[in-house]
Design a protein around this ligand. Sequence first.
Ligand code: DAK
Length: 257
Amino acid sequence: MSFETILTETHGKVGVIRLNRPKALNALNGQLITEMNAALDGFERDTTIGAIILTGSDKAFAAGADIREMKDKTTADVVAGKFLADWDHINGIRKPVIAAVAGYALGGGFEFALACDTIIAAENAKFGLPEVTIGIIPGGGGTQRLARYAGKAKAMEMILTGRMMDAGEAERLGLVARVVPVEKLFEDALALAEKIAALSHPVIAAAKRAVNAAFEEPMSAGLALERNAIYQLFDLDDQKEGMAAFLEKRPPQFRNR
Ligand code: DAK
């Protein structure tokens, strides 16, 4: 499949989606979302792929939803057209998605990064939800995710002012897993993705689902989901292989079943 607003590639077991509207700082228009979702689905279906990287350029991960595309819309337009409803698609991807963020991750760009399973940030990364400064509020999950991940005081301060935070602040808050020099961003994200993709894919999918449940379910439901998931894994060949390999002091050969 050929795309106009994104670039895709594979590195062994890792699928890479690079947002690619450089003239608009990777602003997220309808076409980009459609193409990104198609690429995510392609990697999800590809049984050789074990992890996905979502990234942008050195200057911008994405500067938000495309303001040109939104400017003249009315409430009737956005309701009838289910405007940007397909932004939620990323939430249903079972494989781990790693955001590798350099430069601006603003508005919907930050929201997409927060919807990924983890974020590696370059030293020049800038995160923010500036929607109030253009007359709207975050609509791609920002109010909910930032409040849950960074706490109410920080979320309110960020969202009510629209200010940006740098990579160091994001790391201190636990919003990003690691901060690296810009020129090492892709290499480091790829190393992380390769490490994950080398493990058993169904085991990794279960781990991702269980961690995400911590942000979506009450504690009792999350604990029940975790218990059910670990019980299910004992029927996998990969569980037998992983434990046998440990006891036989050799590397495991996972077969993703
Ligand atoms: N949309 C469209 N074009 C954009 C853009 C954006 N978000 N951000 C930048 N651009 C374009 C600029 O218009 C400019 O284009 P030309 O004038 O050259 O044609 C080009 O990119 C370069 O931008 P600047 O000249 O402004 O570059 P600077 O380095 O001076 O500034 C900046 C960089 C990132 C600080 C600045 O561009 C900026 O503030 N951009 C806007 C950031 C912003 O407000 N983002 C939030 C957008 S609202 C929803 C889900 C999600 C959303 C809504 C609903 N649903 C599911 C319902 C999300 C909403 C948003 O994200």
